[in-house]
Design a protein around this ligand. Structure first.
Ligand code: UDP
Length: 384
């Protein structure tokens, strides 16, 4: 059996390890420097309330990819769940993302879908034909008033920079609807694993050809002991930050227990105005509406720049980061028998379903590969 090292026990590493393990051709070690598996999707029951806590912030699984949906459902029972968010703004509390109710309430109207669409198009800035950044994307779609009420301050708080510096793609994550549908996502499948994400990842990793080592800090020197390495950690960390640190936002939480059944009446409430220092508050019992708890755990989320010992969450991908990434990618090309995959190793803003899909594809190609391992892909074929 060939020896494979997978660095990182999040979705990328776990899925990749499992797919290779199934072939019975490889003996796989999955190593993670943290004391748990599942990366930032890690969930754990809170001792005081018994609520399933999303330790690194809310994770709601949503995808339109049937292969990925079937895959996760094979390893854990998913419960139906639809994410519905409310936004507290300087103009009041609204249904979010922007939908027909939001528009009608904000402007005191009773538009039907066609009227609302026609009205919002009059608000959009027509002079922006090809939006080049987050702000231009928002102004061209919804105009200044909606941009300033819902997006500008929240984005400054979340990303710590001028929205003009951010790519338009960040805003495109959110739908704008001219119906009363207030589903946060537009994907076909949505749900939450009944017993949390850690159980799901643990089931993926449960294979006789896989061993897992936690609390162990991988370094490149380990590579020599393996036939092939799949690396899912931060690409700049792989090279000991030799060319600098890529920019990430990190989030941190203020945890509180509410001695009653319901603290805020909704799983997630966003705070869109700059007078409130945090971005959102999440009440985790609402992520498992099939469970009953007499107390409630809620977390207030703040965002800041990632410093040395912080956990990287969101790749900022500003111009300087992109230039630095190119340098690291060139350095990575020299690392034979190593593939870099996942959110951190490829420095992309990816959701859970994206990284699972990519890990499945890479595993499939690795299993089919007949060329020398030196020639196997360093990076996945990156779309967009
Ligand atoms: N956003 C905003 N106001 C909100 C929620 C989101 O301006 O109330 C912006 C913000 O810039 C955020 C982006 O929309 O980064 C995408 O939101 P999403 O909820 O997809 O972010 P994530 O789930 O990754 O935190």
């Amino acid at each position: 059996m060939q020896k494979i090292l997978v660095v990182g026990a999040g979705f990328s590493g776990a899925v990749l390890a499992r797919q290779l393990a199934e072939s019975n051709r490889f003996e796989i070690l999955v190593v993670d420097e943290r004391n748990h598996i599942a990366g930032n999707c890690h969930t754990k029951r809170d001792a005081e309330t018994n609520v399933m806590e999303h330790m690194y912030g809310p994770h709601i699984f949503n995808t339109s990819n049937k292969k990925v949906w079937d895959y996760v459902n094979h390893f854990a029972e998913f419960m139906p769940y639809t994410n519905r968010v409310k936004a507290v703004t300087r103009a009041g509390v609204f249904s979010f993302p922007i939908n027909l109710l939001t528009i009608n309430q904000l402007f005191g109207k009773s538009f039907n879908p066609r009227e609302a669409e026609a009205f919002v198009s009059t608000l959009g800035d027509k002079s922006i034909t090809e939006p080049q950044n987050f702000e231009e994307q928002a102004l061209s779609m919804v105009g200044k008033e909606i941009y300033e009420i819902f997006f500008r301050d929240y984005t400054i708080k979340q990303w710590g920079c001028d929205p003009k510096e951010l790519p338009a793609s960040i805003l495109k994550r959110l739908p704008i609807r001219f119906t009363y549908d207030d589903n946060y996502y537009h994907n076909v499948y949505q749900g939450i694993p009944k017993n949390g994400y850690t159980e799901l990842v643990s089931n993926i990793l449960a294979h006789p050809n896989i061993s897992v080592k936690l609390n162990d800090c991988y370094t490149r020197e380990w590579n020599g002991n393996y036939d092939y390495v799949f690396y899912t950690g931060p690409i700049d960390a792989y090279f000991s930050y030799a060319r600098g640190r890529l920019g990430y936002r990190t989030i941190y939480f203020e945890r509180n227990v509410f001695n009653g059944e319901d603290y805020q009446g909704n799983p997630v409430i966003n705070y869109c105005d700059k007078v409130v220092p945090y971005t959102r508050v999440h009440e985790h019992k609402h992520f498992t509406p099939w469970e009953k708890h007499s107390k409630s755990l809620y977390l207030t989320e703040f965002s800041k720049e990632t410093e040395e010992n912080d956990i990287p969450f969101y790749p900022k991908a500003l111009a300087a980061d992109k230039a630095m990434l190119e340098v690291y990618k060139q350095m990575a090309e020299g690392e034979i028998k190593t593939t870099f995959l996942g959110r951190l190793a490829t420095y992309r803003y990816l959701d859970m379903h994206h990284v699972i899909d990519e890990a499945l594809t890479i595993a499939e190609q690795f299993l089919r590969n007949t060329a020398p391992l030196e020639a196997f892909m360093r990076f996945p074929i990156i779309n967009g």
